[in-house]
Design a protein around this ligand. Structure first.
Ligand code: TMP
Length: 394
């Protein structure tokens, strides 16, 4: 049974940066209620009422996975590792974004699936790209011209697709008998540990755990046989899944992680209720800190117009009441306004200047990269603030 444990209030589409804040544009802005629930039967955590993907994944989709050096390197290493372990003849990626993963394989070996047309246009010149949502119909279409696939990869995408039945049945359809599905998504365990409640936003329909994935894939004649903890996005899990008839045996590290999750209580509603209390406290602490800094006349901005910060800003009602603006390196976010709270977004070359005293770390998942890059800012006394793992000044 699904039980709601967290209410993050009225939220906009995290990816929906506004070009204008005219009355007309604001009237059209889409909002939904972000409530998060726990399924006591399969231990799956999900958004109660998911947004229609057609509203989310449009030809104006802003996120470019290649924007961050951390992610470019992570995908390169992952491609190498998967190539060496499985030696796939054909690789397919569901949600290929700007091709940051697939570009590490030989062009004729790969198939990209990407519903956002602007992104699909970026990769179609380089390799075979299907500009469509992933479903059974598409898997059949791909199979007309291709043999079955040995490696299906999907990073930060399966958790975005409301219909898991369709998703996994389509994967089963396209996988070769001994083929492998590799999924990467934010780890529920890490989110609870570091209180990163901003991992809940419209696109993250699900936040998976080893326990929930193990239980769900079973229904579709698939089995989770291995798992790895990875650092991406503040702590993610990489799941290795094969057909029931596949040749892969369960690994010791899978058993270990399943047991750790049970110890953490990821199969228990009470754990999530306690998390919700910590989230509420984090909100109060962040607002109190911002108020204190504002009273001292500090110039505060936000660093990185992330989807995650959309959740924080709208849940805590943080906007131009605290921040002068947000800086972001992504060209198609610059000159726009953040969803819901409508804070202007500037390129860092303009906005991240001598006048800034404090920067809220919207892109906290790239903390290491940012701290390295912004040594000068810190040297002259500039400070960062974050809410992860707790509200503090860095
Ligand atoms: P993400 O967490 O959704 O991947 O988004 C990260 C955003 O942060 C993306 O829009 C790029 C931006 N960013 C910066 O503005 N400066 C940086 O140094 C880094 C690493 C990211």
């Amino acid at each position: 049974m699904k039980k709601i444990f967290l209410n993050l209030g009225k939220q906009p589409i995290a990816n929906s940066f506004l070009s204008s804040i005219s009355k007309n544009s604001l009237q059209k802005e889409y909002f939904y209620k972000l409530k998060v629930c726990f399924d006591t039967e399969n231990f799956l955590v999900s958004v109660k009422d998911p947004v229609n993907p057609k509203i989310q994944y449009t030809d104006e989709y802003a996120h470019r996975a290649s924007e961050s050096e951390t992610m470019r390197n992570a995908f390169k290493l992952t491609a190498k590792k998967l190539h060496e372990r499985f030696k796939p003849k054909k690789v397919m990626e569901i949600g290929s974004n700007d091709g940051v993963f697939l570009k590490n394989f030989k062009k004729n070996k790969v198939i990209a699936v990407e519903p956002c047309k602007n992104l699909a246009n970026l990769t179609r010149k380089k390799f075979k790209t299907y500009p469509s949502f992933w479903d059974k119909k598409l898997s059949n279409k791909i199979l007309i011209k291709n043999s079955k696939i040995d490696l299906v990869f999907s990073s930060n995408t399966i958790s975005h697709i409301p219909n898991l039945k369709e998703t996994f049945e389509a994967v089963y359809n396209i996988l070769s008998d001994n083929g492998v599905l590799v999924i990467e998504d934010p780890s529920l365990s890490s989110i609870l540990k570091i209180n990163s409640y901003d991992q809940f936003y419209d696109e993250h329909v699900y936040v998976f755990s080893a326990l929930s994935i193990e239980s769900i894939v079973k229904k579709y004649n698939l089995k989770l046989f291995d798992i790895e903890k990875i650092n991406n996005h503040g702590g993610s899990l990489r799941y290795y899944i094969c057909k029931n008839k596949g040749n892969y045996k369960s690994t010791a590290r899978l058993k270990k992680i399943l047991s750790e999750e049970k110890t953490q209580g990821l199969n228990n509603l009470k754990t999530f209720k306690n998390f919700a209390k910590r989230v509420h406290k984090s909100k109060q602490q962040l607002i109190a800190l911002l108020k204190k800094l504002k009273q001292k006349n500090k110039k505060i901005i936000s660093y990185g117009a992330t989807y995650k910060s959309t959740t924080v800003f709208n849940y805590c009602k943080i906007g131009t009441n605290f921040f002068h603006y947000v800086t972001d390196t992504t060209k198609n976010k610059q000159g726009k306004f953040t969803p819901g709270m409508h804070i202007p977004i500037l390129p860092p070359e303009i906005g991240f200047n001598e006048s800034v005293d404090i920067a809220y770390l919207g892109a906290w998942n790239f903390k290491k990269e940012i701290m390295k890059k912004e040594k000068e800012f810190r040297k002259r006394g500039g400070k960062f603030i974050t809410h992860v793992p707790k509200v503090k000044i860095i």
